[in-house]
Design a protein. Structure first.
Length: 56
């Protein structure tokens, strides 16, 4: 019985650790996404080509 209780505790610990890792990864992805959006927002705007260089 003690082994079953210990296995249950180990499983709960692993689940908590997995949730913590998922939270960390999600936060990191959110930060990276925000940095990319900021970089895109701050890029210089390109001027459209003159009408003589347009394809259509």
């Amino acid at each position: 019985m003690d082994a079953a209780i210990e296995a249950g505790r180990d499983t709960e610990d692993l689940e908590r650790q997995a949730c913590h890792v998922e939270d960390q990864m999600g936060s990191e992805l959110d930060q990276r996404g925000a940095a990319v959006q900021e970089e895109i927002k701050n890029r210089p705007k390109r001027e459209p080509p003159p009408s003589s260089e347009r394809l259509f």
